[in-house]
Design a binder for this molecule. Structure first.
Ligand SMILES: *Cc1c(COP(=O)(O)O)cnc(C)c1O
Length: 362
């Protein structure tokens, strides 16, 4: 048995804390990446049961699944698409499309005109992310969406912060660029609709930036990379069982590259969780620039010299992983621990990287 266990009560606590902090501002729950690894449908059900009925996705399939189950909810496609088949299906489903460049706007407008319909859209603005969105300097192109694309119904406008988890100054600059642009649109006589910019980190750290709506993903899972946690907690853990138990003699090595050598007779347990499953991987750090991850690097160096300890819990007792974690298994030291084969093992893990694990809600 191996699974990622979602503690329903902990998830509900986070949803309520987020809704409380948002106050009257609507919350878009971002559900990309299979709902950050905890399952698009089960996650969205808990969200709905707790008052959230706006969902943002990045894949057609996600939009289709949500629409099938929730005929009335708002669904926002968070990325641009220029694929006519995709655009047609999304329009059929009543999904709000993202428009982030002139050419894509023309494409969507053309399809909507053929259908003699209007496509609901939010405009994406690139204030530094360098991904989707009109550059503020391309104001004429942006404004042409309002002035010439009669089959686009602009219902909102948004930007995305690149460093809300680490760089307040950059976030403020992006925010100011964005709000100034929105002001220019209004001055030109157009209504930009729902104005939004906050992802989880900006949502927590900058309540003054909440505007007309916020887009929250990782905060629901209690995974924020700074201290202001808003009382949010992690909502689950990986679970597996002890598959084998034995005593190894002094001098015996464990795992690939003989990464560990027993200093004395050691009782070991083999557990069915490995790096392929997302266990003991540090990929979160990929998000950060070198400058921002100095602390992370120091941490790694320290681990190297102090022999990094990866811990799991066997029968409620902390145990150390020995040697290198394997692809789908690991070996832990259970000397002096009361346990037998089949006993439960739990481990902290980011579900976003979980592969080959069932997701269970408890
Ligand atoms: C992923 C994403 C979010 C949510 O980010 P979190 O930090 O997980 O809250 C918001 N907006 C956009 C455009 C995204 O791609």
């Amino acid at each position: 048995m191996k699974a990622y266990v979602v503690e329903r009560e902990a998830l509900i606590h986070n949803i309520q804390a987020i809704r409380g902090f948002a106050g009257t501002v609507p919350v878009w729950a971002v559900l990309k990446g299979n709902g950050y690894g905890i399952g698009l449908l089960p996650f969205s059900k808990v969200l709905r049961d707790n008052g959230i009925q706006r969902f943002a996705v990045t894949e057609l399939k996600e939009a289709e699944t949500l629409r099938e189950h929730y005929p009335e909810d708002e669904i926002l496609m968070l990325r641009s698409t220029a694929d006519p088949a995709e655009i047609n299906t999304l329009m059929d489903l009543g999904v709000i499309l993202t428009v982030g460049c002139y050419e894509t706007a023309v494409t969507i407008n053309g399809i909507a005109a053929e259908r003699a319909a209007s496509a609901r859209v939010h405009i994406a603005v690139d204030t530094g992310m360098g991904r989707y969105g009109f550059l503020p300097d391309d104001f004429d192109k942006l404004i042409s969406v309002f002035e010439y694309m009669k089959n686009l119904k602009v219902e909102g406008i948004f930007t995305h912060f690149h460093s809300a988890f680490s760089n307040e100054k950059a976030t403020r600059q992006q925010f100011e660029q964005f709000t100034a642009l929105v002001e220019r649109i209004r001055e030109a006589g157009h209504d930009p609709g729902m104005v939004h910019c906050c992802n989880s980190h900006a949502f927590v750290r900058h309540p003054e930036m909440h505007l007309d709506a916020v887009r929250v993903g990782s905060a629901f899972l209690g995974r924020l990379s700074f201290k202001e946690k808003l009382g949010l907690n992690k909502i689950g853990y990986a679970e597996c069982t002890v598959e084998e138990l034995r005593w190894i003699p002094k001098g015996q090595t464990v795992g690939y590259a003989a990464g560990y050598r027993a200093k004395q007779a050691t009782r070991i347990a083999v557990i069915g969780l490995g790096w392929y499953n997302g266990f003991a991987t540090q990929r979160e750090n990929d998000l950060f620039r070198i400058r921002d991850s100095l602390r992370g690097i120091l941490h790694h160096v320290k681990n190297l010299f102090l022999r990094r300890k990866i811990l799991v819990t066997v029968n409620g007792q902390k145990c150390r992983v020995l040697g290198h974690v394997g692809m789908v298994h690991a070996v832990v030291d259970v000397t002096g621990i009361d346990c037998t084969v089949g006993d439960k093992v739990t481990a902290e893990m980011n579900p976003l990287f979980a592969k080959g694990l069932r997701v269970l809600y408890r």
